[in-house]
Design a protein around this ligand. Structure first.
Ligand code: DAH
Length: 340
């Protein structure tokens, strides 16, 4: 009996080592430990033995069963590990395949226009400055020679915050005062950014739009410098052939003040719907910095002069690209945006 047990164990060890297939191993397990298995038969035959012998053989048979079970189980997991390793080896990623194409994005036309404008001014030595979109009454109005009770405030419908002192900036001009307060002349900056007005939206108006502010302060800056700079800018942005004129105007923070018109690029100056038959298009405001602005930033107006200007970004972009409705910039319509 004990010999038989020993044989079963030895036989099983030998066969299990040769088997390379998990299913075959399961079959072997069944053949030994299953209901009709060789070991099971032996265990069944124990009942006929005398008590002493039965005890001894029973212990041995149980020990052999445990050994067989762990033998087969460990061989089974070894086979599984091997199979997995082989599978992983076969499934190596082929890095020579081209990747999936990713769609290419690009900048919004307003961003492109801002970059183009700052590029032109930077080539002339202007540095880019920034200011906050939430401004104080002082920087947006007071420092720019627009006192609290002045009717000029009416022209800029303002979004005020809870307190009367803070507001959404109505123009980029407050950056002028912020920069001058911190730096001594010469100052040569542009300030591109977003501005806000409490206005109804239509084809040519938006409550949120963009400006590029410019400021140049030094000794002996003249109106000729202003004309030269803005003429060069307009010629670079549109074309060197385009006609340009400076028309007297009024701004609180400049004296004298002017508005710059360009020859209508839709009709070439003959007169059309876009230029309201005048042949000219209003493009931007400018002028020589008012002495009161210098005083509010503690510059000596007798020592320094300067010019300033404010460009409406949307208007420039619309004329360059022939866009007849400003709202297109803000609607996130991909069919429109993909054209730029
Ligand atoms: N801040 C003015 C506006 O929003 C535009 C402007 C006009 C800016 C003349 C200037 C300037 O710097 O000199 O209407």
């Amino acid at each position: 009996m004990l010999d038989k047990l020993q044989n079963i164990l030895a036989e099983a060890e030998k066969t299990a080592g040769l088997i390379t297939d998990a299913q075959e191993l399961e079959k072997l397990k069944l053949a030994i430990l299953g209901r009709k298995g060789t070991l099971t038969e032996i265990l069944r035959g124990l009942s006929v033995l005398p008590i002493e012998e039965r005890k001894k053989a029973g212990e041995r048979a149980n020990a052999v069963r445990e050994q067989l079970e762990s033998l087969i189980d460990s061989r089974l997991s070894e086979l599984k590990r091997k199979a997995l390793a082989e599978k992983l080896l076969k499934e190596k990623i082929d890095i020579t395949l081209p990747g999936l194409p990713l769609p290419n994005g690009h900048f919004h036309p307003i961003r492109q226009t801002l970059d183009e404008m700052t590029g032109i001014f930077e080539s002339l030595g202007f540095k880019t400055a920034e200011g906050p979109e939430i401004e104080t009454d002082w920087y947006n109005f007071e420092a720019l020679n627009i006192p609290r009770d002045h009717p000029a405030r009416d022209s800029q419908d303002t979004f005020y915050l809870q307190d009367d002192d803070r507001l959404l900036r109505t123009h980029t001009s407050p950056v002028q005062a912020r920069v001058m307060e911190k730096t001594q002349p010469p100052v040569r900056i542009i300030a591109p950014g977003r501005v806000f007005r409490n206005e109804a939206t239509d084809a040519t108006h938006s409550a949120i739009f963009h400006q590029v502010e410019g400021l140049y302060v030094d000794k002996n800056v003249t109106f000729a410098d202003l004309k030269g700079t803005l003429t060069l800018f307009v010629h670079r942005y549109f074309s060197p052939e385009i006609g340009i004129r400076f028309r007297p105007s009024h701004f609180q923070f400049t004296e004298p003040s002017a508005e710059v018109d360009i020859q209508c690029i839709i009709c070439g100056g003959k007169g059309c719907r876009v230029c309201k038959n005048t042949g000219w298009l209003e493009m931007l405001g400018c002028g020589m910095v008012h002495p009161n602005v210098f005083r509010s930033v503690k510059y000596d107006p007798k020592l320094y002069t300067g010019f300033a200007f404010g460009i409406g970004v949307e208007r420039f972009a619309m004329l360059k690209y022939g866009i007849d409705d400003m709202r297109l910039f803000y609607e996130n319509n991909l069919q429109f945006l993909r054209q730029f």
